[in-house]
Design a protein around this ligand. Sequence first.
Ligand code: AMP
Ligand code: ZN
Ligand code: FE
Ligand code: FE
Length: 281
Amino acid sequence: MSIDLHTHSNFSDGTMTPTELVAMARDKKISALALTDHDTMAGTEEAILAGERMGVEIVPGIEISVLYNHVEYHVLGYWADPCYSPLAAALERLQGARAERNGKILEKLKALGIPVTAEELQRVSEQGQTGRPHIARILVQRGVVLTMSQAFDQFLKKGEAAYVSRFAYSAAEAVALIRQAGGLAVLAHPTQNDPEVIRLPAVLDDLVGAGLDGIELYYPTHSNKVKKKLRALAVEHDLVLTGGSDYHGEVRPGTSLAGGKNIFVPPELLEKMKERLCLRS
Ligand code: AMP
Ligand code: ZN
Ligand code: FE
Ligand code: FE
């Protein structure tokens, strides 16, 4: 039985509700599931209630987009208390920054002859956090581009005509916030921007000093070679290991939750994470 500690619902850029995700986890015999929506924990309560009904352990989670030396990284937080006021205020600030950026992106698209209304964006986003992936979906629906990747490559990524930057916390700030809120801070998909694992040793030296607790080892794109390097770095820095599918629902065809034909994430990892949290208190 696999666990899955990295998933997205329609509270961020996934397509399923937390309840639908939990039902899917139950059907796949996943014993523990973490909902890790981008920059929001608004779906946590629904996931926990569904987990209680369906017999799936729910780990409250979040994935915060951060900057480290001007490069985007993602920091996962597990068991952070969303009611801890500095964390709640930080997430509110991020939502505000996103709203401001989304408006500016829509203005740029309008100037490019692609008018999208704020109402249309809200309809696609459904609830919770709204970001570039939702705008990318609209560009696909309109037939402006064929795929979401193409929407990023032609319009939304840095340097393209509809790109707008936004405020983001530094990696160290996000790690500190998660820890102060009682959570474990984990670096998500640590090789996404660093496939040859060149920068990661120095990044870890720095972030472990800031309180980083773990790194994501099991991830669909991680080769055995990458996993070997990550394991060695985790031992060196005394980090716990985590893993998950990063499932986003039907917007990414061919993807699924962990288990079956996808990655297997051993349940023992969760015990080690809990031990780490317990030792701290
Ligand atoms: P945002 O958080 O609004 O800045 O959007 C960033 C998110 O967009 C990332 O977390 C990814 O999930 C997604 N994303 C980034 N680049 C691409 C791409 N080339 N194709 C599809 N999704 C992407
Ligand atoms: Zn996403
Ligand atoms: Fe991510
Ligand atoms: Fe993710």
